[in-house]
Design a protein around this ligand. Structure first.
Ligand SMILES: [Zn+2]
Length: 403
């Protein structure tokens, strides 16, 4: 299977490159206009229609071809959205950028991108990028330039790991719980909440009556919030992936759709509560784990989140909320009080196992091959046997791999 990923690094500003990026953006917009006019979104037809019109732009022809393909991508995305019944605007590229898959060379730490015939622009790659690209199995496909960054698109052939275990991931406000009937790991995410709160606090401290400044300030705060959150989530997702590879486990997510709909204005919830829940980047962790898993060959599957915290993972009966402690659940049948998040992650793992292993009809086309027949059932003997550990990645990550 082919896995694709990109590696990104910062680059210093360059006048020639900025000009090229602006021209590239204009070409993409030009092609989009042509595509809309003739209502076409196939690459071949769009190339025929627009290639000769691009002669007015003073740029190498490889960029023109890439601009057409970029426009094509945006047009077909629009068509897909229309088919889905979404409310779409016609595509338009605002920021200048540049993509090219032809004629660039990487020689150790120097990357040369085509500019004028036989006069490339050289970019110095940093140590991290060089080290990453030195892997001989990698294939380099294309590069994308934006105002401050370059990302290089790479791919490699990977073999899927034959998994024997399965772990469920439950995302909550204050923690991410990863586990199955043997081992459950809590990743604390309190820090994310405090990052968010700090941002809200800093925002409230702005008193100047100046719209423009206010927007600038808010934007920079938002950027900082996102960077910090992302970085923190990367630590968590890396840890989860390392464990999954080590134990050869399939990763299961709840298919959370419409999470924002639950906490919209007018749903009878307080402002603070909504702010907290909407501030959680539920999707970001999933995105990171999905691409990291693909890169190492660990399958990721999704299941319906229905009733994952309503049934007892041991006997399968309905369980009740503990009146005294709302994070605890009580099973009358087993007579046990269990942690809500542990229950959820165990149930997610088990649900995925039973769904895909006892494939019935059309429920799991194309995904059942992921589940080997040798895969062991997530052990659900006794709640007390589950090993629970709590991790705070902000404090120490080192020395964790060797338990
Ligand atoms: Zn029970």
């Amino acid at each position: 299977m082919k896995a694709v990923k990109s590696i990104k690094q910062q680059i210093p500003e360059n006048h020639d490159m900025n000009n090229m990026m602006e021209t590239f953006r204009d070409m993409v917009n030009h092609c989009i206009r042509i595509g809309l006019k003739y209502n076409c979104s196939t690459l071949k037809r769009l190339s025929l229609l627009s290639y000769h019109e691009l002669h007015q732009y003073d740029i190498l022809s490889s960029y023109k071809l890439n601009a057409i393909s970029q426009a094509c991508g945006r047009l077909s995305q629009m068509k897909r959205d229309i088919r889905k019944g979404k409310n779409v605007k016609s595509p338009f590229v605002k920021k200048s950028y540049l993509v090219n898959c032809y004629g660039f060379k990487i020689n150790n730490s120097l990357m040369s991108i085509p500019f004028e015939p036989r006069q490339p622009i050289n970019i110095l790659l940093n140590n991290h990028t060089v080290k990453f690209l030195s892997d001989p199995v990698l294939k380099v496909h294309s590069f994308t330039l934006t105002a401050f960054n370059i990302s290089i698109c790479i791919s490699k052939e990977i073999d899927m790991i034959e998994c024997t275990k399965i772990v469920g991931i439950d995302r909550n406000l204050r923690n991410v719980t990863v586990g199955n009937g043997e081992l459950v790991t809590f990743y604390k995410t309190n820090k994310l909440l405090s990052i968010k709160q700090n941002t809200v606090y800093a925002r409230s401290g702005f008193h100047r009556n100046d719209h423009r400044k206010k927007r600038q300030y808010y934007k920079s705060l938002q950027q900082r919030l996102q960077n910090r959150t992302k970085q923190y989530l990367h630590k968590i997702s890396k840890n989860i992936m390392d464990n999954a590879v080590e134990t050869k486990s399939i990763i299961v997510f709840e298919d959370l759709k419409g999470i924002r709909k639950l906490y919209r204005k007018g749903n009878g919830q307080g402002n603070k509560y909504r702010g907290k829940l909407n501030g959680w980047q539920f999707y970001e962790l999933q995105r990171q784990i999905e691409y990291k898993a693909k890169w190492v060959g660990i399958p990721v599957v999704f299941i319906d989140p229905k009733r994952t915290s309503k049934l007892c993972p041991i006997c399968g009966d309905r369980i009740q909320e503990d009146k005294q402690n709302r994070r605890k659940l009580l099973c009358i049948n087993c007579g046990k009080s269990m942690d809500r998040d542990v229950v959820a992650s165990m149930n997610i793992a088990h649900k995925a196992w039973s769904r895909f292993n006892h494939a019935r009809g059309d429920t799991c086309e194309g995904q059942s091959d992921v589940f080997e027949s040798a895969m062991s059932e997530p052990k659900l003997s006794d709640y007390d046997d589950v090993v629970i550990r709590i991790l705070d990645v902000s404090k120490s990550v080192t020395g964790f791999g060797s338990r």
